[in-house]
Write a protein that binds this ligand. Structure first.
Ligand SMILES: Nc1ncnc2c1ncn2[C@@H]1O[C@H](COP(=O)(O)OP(=O)(O)O)[C@@H](O)[C@H]1O
Ligand SMILES: [Mg+2]
Length: 380
């Protein structure tokens, strides 16, 4: 029997649970012509959620595609992926399709390669200086709006891991050109997804950056227990009580990826080793995960300075509301507020911790917090 819990890739169908409120709010916002910015730490389910939204929007006849900035390494790359994505949404006869492409990308006049038959793929070979100088970027970023006008449709572009744009050569130029084109669009809306809170804030909340205030912000949270319990019970089988599902969630803190991962290993533990599903199985799987990830955790630990480790330990102990409160600083001998400020920024930049909407500083990875706890206990 196949393991019913999946982690590490986009989940769809009955592997995807809930998020109904988010799906309808995001879909409605995009259809109303507004842009969205969707933030959460890695592995909270942004891509999976947007694939759901995208499915829904496509069913309604809209043109939708996703550009994953993790895969884009250069301006030419972006050009190629963007243009082919528009082309691949078109199912017109070849002649009509070619004339549309030439119409919306006149400067570039891309070469069209057909592979496989019936699904045209655009191949572009334009030297970088031409791309930068000849207004071709403006043409590219206006192309979907032109296309939608011709087809009398609405369009939605999803930019996944958008913060990675700043790592590409010419990233600043692309950001500027995107903004100056997108702001005039009436038929196309844009969704920007990102995993690094600080980088994303820099792009969308800084008055001096082109994308300042460019859309409605959505912060994706973990999935609530009521939904998880039902999902875990159903997939784990009748041996699994609501109490047991709750115990699992205490460990994973409802984190989408880690909950699926934990359940995956627990399912495997009970099925392949014929063990009963009980409290000791849960404890053993937890120990196995911590042991297996020992190298990964110590690597995270080694990457930060002593001052940062000290602060991280204090946060692991309390997940405080107010980090600068005198009693918290004193309790953990953290020194002055200014030295804490620097360490805190680094921990936030690295996404080890995040500021929860209640103001509390919490760990992104619940196993890393446990690892710090268990090492602290062992040492002292
Ligand atoms: N709605 C969901 N239902 C069940 N599992 C989910 C859901 N969203 C995310 N997950 C789990 O989290 C993992 C990461 O999801 P993904 O969409 O890749 O996150 P992100 O794009 O935020 O990094 C998935 O492989 C799956 O295990
Ligand atoms: Mg993703």
């Amino acid at each position: 029997m196949k393991n019913p819990f999946v982690f590490g890739k986009v989940v769809q169908g009955d592997l995807f649970l809930n998020r109904e409120m988010e799906i309808s709010a995001i879909t409605e916002t995009l259809l109303s012509g507004q842009n969205i910015i969707c933030y959460s730490p890695r592995r909270y389910g942004k891509t999976s959620l947007m694939m759901k939204v995208s499915e829904k929007l496509k069913e309604q006849g809209n043109v939708v595609f996703l550009i994953d900035f993790f895969r884009v390494t250069s301006l030419q790359d972006l050009y190629n992926i963007y243009a082919s994505s528009i082309a691949e949404t078109d199912r017109s006869p070849l002649k009509v399709f070619l004339s549309i492409i030439q119409d919306i990308l006149p400067t570039i006049n891309p070469k069209v390669v057909i592979k496989p038959p019936d699904s045209p793929t655009v191949e572009i070979s334009v030297p970088l200086p031409v791309l930068i100088k000849s207004h071709s970027l403006n043409e590219l970023f206006n192309s979907l709006e032109q296309y939608c006008k011709k087809k009398k449709k609405k369009g939605i572009v999803i930019f996944d891991e958008f913060q990675e744009l700043s790592l590409i050569n010419d990233g600043a130029l692309i950001e500027k050109e995107m903004r100056s084109a997108f702001q005039h669009h009436k038929l196309v809306s844009y969704a920007f997804l990102g995993s690094k809170q600080n980088l994303l804030k820099g792009i969308f909340r800084d008055k001096n950056r082109p994308f300042y205030n460019f859309g409605r912000h959505f912060e994706l949270d973990v999935i609530e227990s009521v939904h998880w319990i039902d999902f875990i019970n159903k997939k784990m089988g009748k041996e699994c009580s609501a109490k047991m599902a709750d115990d699992i969630l205490m460990i994973t803190e409802n984190h989408p990826y880690f909950t699926q991962m934990f359940c995956h290993y627990l399912w495997e533990y009970t099925k392949t080793r014929s063990k009963p599903l009980d409290a000791s199985a849960i404890q053993n799987v937890l120990l196995e995960i911590l042991e297996r990830d020992e190298l990964l955790m110590s690597d995270l630990w080694e990457r930060i300075t002593i001052a940062e480790r000290h602060l991280l330990k204090a946060i692991a102990a309390e997940e405080p509301e107010n980090i600068y409160e005198k009693s918290f600083l004193l309790r953990h001998s953290l020194g002055t507020a200014s030295s804490v400020q620097k360490a805190l920024k680094k921990l936030l930049d690295l996404d080890y911790i995040r500021k929860y909407k209640t103001g509390r500083y919490v760990f992104v990875n619940p196993f890393f917090k446990r690892w710090i706890h268990s090492n602290t206990i062992r040492v002292s």
